[in-house]
Design a binder for this molecule. Structure first.
Ligand SMILES: [Zn+2]
Length: 574
């Protein structure tokens, strides 16, 4: 039975946030004797000063009706306090039931940025992290089939254990390099040390260079993972740190994909290091070039490959200034934009602007880590080439995604979630699962059908995409939609659970066998059930597992959203 809860995110809101909301389940206990549902929000500091014994009785409480809303997640009672914009520490109540306290101030999300950085430090491999682990795995790793050793020390552990997945941990570096690009020289405004994003990103540079195969230009995917069978945990152990002594961890044969993601990674490193360390920058550039060879060899032109290829060549052009790099990037971007659905399809008039998975197919672009990279890449192009003849088309594509897709779905549920995926038909692989119909040939789900992947990574990526759109389209109000997706992670969900470790007042225990709960770690997060309703299964279902990319994309979104000015509405300031 659903009990009375007062739900809001457990950190707070920037002053200009346009959708400050409290959610209460529609249960009898939420209503007074006349059937009315009321919520109050009070400012704790003013309460302390004036409410108890000061004759002036300065107003410290906002009191209003909860509005009953119908949504894709059923009926809820929703209270709006967006007009509260003054700095302060607040708490909401419904009857005698309190919600978690929260702050309103423009830099409130900066409070948890040091936690994100702490997560990456603790996940660092080959580095002494007092209280957590010594310098470890300095002897990684061994290719059994080829009976040879490669230099795979460094990088990051992943998933709360000691395995080092290239596809996942590369997003740690990418997110940190983006944060560095956005905030370099201004880190003090975020309350973190100057240069810290770059320093933490460099934790991965020699690791990624080391796991690139010289012949193909591809990177090995699974380092320290799979001793007897793929994905086993037998190498989640410490070693003697002495190279070629015989206890080295294995590298499971198999390449990390998509290749252009690693081209992007190396090109980002090269651009960032160009002045400070030209030799290392040149090595990264050579690695990026080698990665393009492997990308070409795969010959795959789906959205997953094109989004990274478009970004990769833009970064290569930023370094080289060569027309060939720019043209290759523009060609990939044009192919990617051809995959955007610009008409109302499938017998509905509600949504468009999303992307197909590949040309001519009826599968739409989706991935458990998120599928909003194209929007971020459009932002990078508009930033780098604002006067290009195609720039208006890029802005139109971004606008279509925002107004035809993101905001449309965000309005259908009380948490501002976007879908996991759209479908041209319910999947026969999951006959028990409900696919929400939009038209006779278009369906969607907010949550993966029977898949063990939560929502946090893709919500963060969607938030980063909305931040890019807010900047590129000069629509700062889009930052509100972005923050709502991070609020889902920080407790604004039906379970009132914050799925970032150490942040918030109610938390699950993390599935992290080697490390235990890691400060700042964002877990997989809330799942969905067969009926596509939010679901929080037992921890062993991996809801509480840390993959690096969840915290990476959360950090990415945090850094990007904070660049958007969110002016408080003058009329609403109290
Ligand atoms: Zn290690």
């Amino acid at each position: 039975m659903v009990s009375l809860k007062v739900i809001n995110n457990q950190l707070g809101y920037r002053n200009g946030h346009g959708k400050k909301r409290v959610l209460v389940p529609d249960v009898p206990a939420a209503r007074g004797i006349f059937g009315d549902a009321i919520f109050t929000v009070f400012e704790q500091n003013d309460f302390s000063k004036y409410a108890l014994n000061d004759p002036r009785q300065i107003p410290h409480t906002h009191r209003a009706s909860l509005k009953r809303i119908r949504s894709d997640f059923g009926p809820w009672l929703e209270g709006d306090f967006s007009h509260l914009q003054a700095n302060g520490v607040y708490q909401a109540f419904c009857g005698n039931e309190p919600g978690p306290s929260f702050a309103i101030r423009d830099d409130v999300w900066c409070r948890i940025l040091p936690e994100c950085l702490r997560f990456f430090q603790i996940m660092s491999c080959g580095r002494n992290v007092p209280g957590w682990h010594g310098a470890c795995h300095l002897d990684d790793g061994y290719l059994k089939d080829e009976n040879r050793y490669i230099e795979a020390a460094g990088g990051w552990h992943d998933a709360g254990d000691f395995r080092k997945w290239a596809t996942s941990t590369s997003l740690n570096a990418i997110a940190l390099l983006i944060a560095h690009r956005l905030w370099s020289g201004r880190e003090a405004q975020l309350g973190v040390e100057e240069g810290v994003f770059l320093r933490e990103a460099l934790q991965g540079v020699h690791f990624f260079l080391g796991i690139q195969d010289a012949t193909t230009g591809a990177l090995w995917q699974a380092i320290g993972s799979g001793r007897e069978v793929f994905h086993d945990n037998l190498d989640c152990r410490f070693t003697d740190n002495i190279r070629e002594s015989g206890d080295e961890r294995r590298i499971w044969p198999g390449w990390a994909q998509p290749a252009a993601k690693f081209t992007t990674l190396f090109a980002l490193y090269a651009n960032t290091l160009r002045d400070a360390n030209p030799d290392l920058a040149a090595r990264c550039l050579a690695a990026a070039r080698a990665s393009t060879r492997f990308d070409r060899a795969t010959g795959i032109d789906d959205a997953d490959h094109l989004q990274w290829r478009a970004w990769a060549f833009l970064e290569l052009w930023r370094y080289s200034g060569e027309d060939g790099d720019r043209d290759a990037g523009l060609a990939a971007l044009a192919q990617l934009l051809d995959l955007q659905v610009t008409d109302y399809i499938g017998g509905q008039q509600m949504t468009r602007g999303f992307f197909r998975g590949e040309a001519g197919g009826d599968v739409f672009h989706r991935k458990h880590t998120g599928a909003s990279y194209p929007v971020w890449v459009l932002g990078e192009y508009l930033d780098a080439l604002p006067a290009h003849p195609e720039a208006n088309r890029w802005r139109d594509a971004m606008t279509l995604w925002v107004d035809g897709y993101a905001l449309v779905f965000a309005a259908r549920n009380p948490f501002g979630l976007l879908p996991y995926g759209l479908y041209s038909a319910p999947s026969p692989e999951h006959p028990r699962c409900h696919y929400r119909p939009l038209g006779d040939r278009l369906f969607f789900r907010y949550f993966i059908a029977e898949g063990k992947f939560g929502t946090n990574a893709r919500c963060s990526l969607d938030a980063a995409a909305l931040a890019a759109a807010a900047r590129a389209l000069d629509r700062p109000e889009l930052a509100t939609a972005g923050y709502r997706l991070l609020e889902w992670t920080l407790g604004n969900n039906p379970f009132q659970i914050s799925t970032m470790n150490g942040v918030g007042v109610k938390q699950p225990c993390a599935l992290s066998f080697q490390m235990g709960n890691i400060p700042g770690g964002v877990t997989m997060g809330v799942f969905g059930d067969e009926q596509d309703q939010p679901w929080y299964p037992h921890p062993w279902a991996c809801t509480d597992e840390y993959y690096g990319y969840q915290t990476s994309q959360f950090t990415w979104a945090l850094a990007a959203l904070q660049t958007v000015a969110m002016p408080a509405c003058a009329k609403g300031v109290e």
